[in-house]
Design a protein around this ligand. Structure first.
Ligand SMILES: C[S@@+](CC[C@H](N)C(=O)[O-])C[C@H]1O[C@@H](n2cnc3c(N)ncnc32)[C@H](O)[C@@H]1O
Length: 438
């Protein structure tokens, strides 16, 4: 997830404004219709959440429930917003917004997985949280153009929670369905057990799961609950844990917060990630789970010095840490604890094939070659024009962003496997051939 205030403002300027002219104190205001809708939605979702709090036993809900409603209420949640919330015109951009290269290069990993699995006739890619369907579009097109034999064995499943984004995906990918490729949209729970031979993958999904917010008080782990106060509106108060899974979570990663952590230490726990992984594992017969996201190992995530946790909100290409403003109009995310994904995977019987950084993963899959090609002189018979040079420079900038250790390149890539033979397990996957720097 990247933000760029300037990029966002430029897009905003370019967007066709529906001008509502309101005469007030002899001044005229132009109100963006889109923004006006979001504001209205924000007021509605606030009412829904307040109602939910009022109806609850102690007039409070967990932060995870608040986040679930704010992001995923089917009509009013942030991810229900029609039009693009992701992308240059939205609140943040992700790797596939840097151009077609991300999806195309990832497709090279899919082909390699298909080969590693012995080129099965039915090779399924299951993408979870597919956003606008950009990775799907770019990966499918790449397989179609460059890897026909793999493409012929391909079927695609999309698991997407947002009705608005699902509609966008269907529009983007319809042409492939018309060409005979099987693409279906399913809820994870509706997919039959061990249906998939192939790869279940996600980019920036797990960071979007609702998290529990916890805080340390007098050496005790407390949970932050959301209440409504008359003067402050929504705010968080510390009380008992809603589930003892929260305390167990830290035991599982060998952390005793009570001992070394300072009073008021605040962090998040993503219990949804644990149940998600179990569900995904159950759908996989043979193959891989590829998870790309921003995050850390547990030791770094829950470092005593990270006293405020990692909760971040994204609003019009700027970020801050207050989830109680712009409700329904802003994204709320938390970094991913990859140690827990790995450990829980072990308990489920998954094997960790590799853990690396996005920059190295993409370089191993050919992004470096693409960068190098951009440095080659163009056809001498056709001298470069200012326009082509500008295009090349923009593409180079985009590729650099994908691998930059200060940005997207620092994202984590975890590959787990299920049902592989020992020979298949030890065969190195192409994306993992550059040793990680952790
Ligand atoms: C930050 S966006 C990333 C989108 C896309 N993968 C990309 O890279 O641009 C998170 C995506 O996950 C989806 N999502 C969140 N929770 C989900 C869940 N439990 N099941 C399926 N999709 C989910 C959101 O609706 C959205 O499409």
């Amino acid at each position: 997830m990247l933000h760029g205030v300037q990029q966002g403002l430029e897009q905003l300027r370019q967007r066709r404004l529906t001008v509502l002219i309101v005469c007030h104190s002899l001044r005229f205001y132009a109100v963006d219709k889109f923004m006006a809708r979001r504001l209205m939605t924000s007021q509605q979702i606030e009412s829904v959440i307040k109602e939910r709090i009022n109806q609850s036993l102690h007039q409070r809900i967990t932060f995870a429930e608040f986040m679930e409603l704010a992001l995923y209420h089917p009509q009013l949640g942030y991810y229900a917003t029609p039009g693009s919330i992701i992308g240059p015109q939205g609140d943040f951009v992700t790797s596939p917004h840097m151009g077609h290269d991300f999806g195309e290069v990832i497709a090279e990993q899919f082909v390699d997985m298909w080969e590693a699995l012995g080129k099965p006739d039915d090779f399924t890619l299951m993408e979870m949280g597919a956003g606008q369907g950009l990775v799907a579009g770019d990966a499918i097109a790449h397989l179609h153009t460059h890897h026909q034999s793999c493409f012929k064995c391909l079927s695609y499943i999309i698991v997407e929670k947002s009705p608005a984004l699902k509609a966008e995906q269907k529009k983007r990918l319809g042409k492939w369905q018309q060409q005979g490729l099987s693409i279906v949209w399913k809820n994870l729970e509706d997919i039959e057990a061990e249906r998939i031979t192939g790869c279940a993958f996600s980019n920036e999904l797990v960071d979007a799961f609702p998290v529990h917010w916890v805080e340390l008080h007098a050496g005790q782990l407390k949970e932050m609950w959301v209440v409504v106060s008359e003067d402050k509106g929504f705010c968080a108060v510390a009380a008992e844990l809603s589930t003892n899974q929260l305390a167990k979570y830290f035991e599982n990663i060998d952390l005793n917060l009570g001992e070394t952590y300072l009073e008021g230490y605040r962090t998040e726990v993503n219990l949804a990630a644990i149940s998600w992984l179990a569900q995904v594992e159950a759908k996989l017969a043979r193959g891989y789970i590829l998870t790309i996201d921003y995050g850390y190992t547990a030791k770094r995530y829950y470092s005593p010095s990270r006293r405020e946790g990692t909760l971040q909100c994204y609003y019009r290409h700027s970020h801050h840490s207050d989830p109680f403003i712009h409700i329904g109009e802003q994204d709320i995310t938390a970094h991913v604890d990859f140690t827990t994904l790995e450990k829980h995977g072990d308990e489920l019987g998954l094997q960790t094939i590799g853990f690396t950084q996005q920059g190295l993963f993409l370089m191993a899959l050919g992004l470096g070659d693409r960068l190098q090609q951009l440095s080659q002189p163009t056809d001498p018979a056709q001298p470069a024009t200012g326009q082509t040079i500008q295009k090349i420079m923009m593409r180079r900038e985009a590729l650099q962003q994908l691998i930059s250790p200060m940005g997207l390149g620092n994202f984590c890539v975890l590959i787990q496997s299920k049902g592989l033979t020992q020979k298949e397990f030890v065969r190195p996957l192409k994306g993992l051939t550059i040793p990680p720097l952790f």
